[in-house]
Design a protein around this ligand. Sequence first.
Ligand code: SAM
Length: 337
Amino acid sequence: MSVVDQLRADFERDGPIRFDRFMEICLYGAGGFFASSSGRAGLRGDFVTSVELGPVFAGVLARRIVAGWSMGRPHVAAPCSNGRRVADVGGGSGTLARQLELIGGGTIEAVSVERTRGAVRRLADLPWVPDVVVAHELLDNLPARLVFEGRAELRVGFDGDGATCLFHVPLDPELEMFRDRWLPEPAAGVVPVPVGAIAWVADVAALAPPAVVVVDYGADAAALAARDDWPVRGYVSQHEVDPIAAPGETDVTCDVAFDVVEAELRHHGYVTERLRQRDWLTRHGLDEVVEAAAAVSGDLGRLRAAEARSQATDLCDPAGLGAFWVLEATLPDDVGT
Ligand SMILES: C[S@@+](CC[C@H](N)C(=O)[O-])C[C@H]1O[C@@H](n2cnc3c(N)ncnc32)[C@H](O)[C@@H]1O
């Protein structure tokens, strides 16, 4: 059954489809964007992430992981001979895990946990308890519900011509509670309620890794509610498209309500700190990583230095990747030890 057929069957059976269910079918259902071979990060793919620009981002993250938090937790299943154990959840092609291992040179053992491919598809499949869980541009792809102006839920259905369209339905008690806790009065915009990210945090917290690093775009829920732009986007071949018009053919991503995710991490005992990506990179050694790229002498060194500088510029662009958030969460036992 195609993605559209699955959506149509849902709509005919139950009426307008919750947006989290819409995302689940479009991205991960049979023939979905990530479930099929279509959705790809990379310079020749559908969207470019900091990871796919080149190794500079991973260089800084590797320094952070190695220098970072105490990892000597007694519950870690087996002694680790290969250094810090890192689970990169939503690892896509596995680029970040590979880069971390290469750059870490024996100090990092990294595994990509990717729902749609590879040997490790869920956190529960990992052979060990990770020291660090990384989620790089994962949360924006986890299913979210949509609240419109604090007074209605947006759901997806089909109009009389068979085209997909949005329906407004009254808020249910779960969304009323969300509105009362997180949204200002009045709320103007459309706010994605990160139900998938909240469930993901619970799964991560069940493993109790000492550190979690989340990188994504978004804002606090109240800031999202104050905006009048549409917080749901799709990307195909590096172009932004309307993900509702062509279900299954495009990425579906939502701004992440970061304060909601932080509250969930704190609820599970974590201490959180959040920085803009450009500030986080600077704090954790971007300049040193760029300088190290030029350590080779001659033309090769000059070429590598130029590439690294160009990546650094893109990673810190205040109108682009530099404005992303890096959220670090650590268990208090490990803070400063
Ligand atoms: C936008 S891509 C990010 C890829 C990569 N991290 C990067 O930054 O280039 C998000 C990926 O997360 C995967 N994913 C979604 N939910 C997941 C889950 N619960 N566990 C593991 N992977 C998941 C998707 O299949 C997709 O490949």
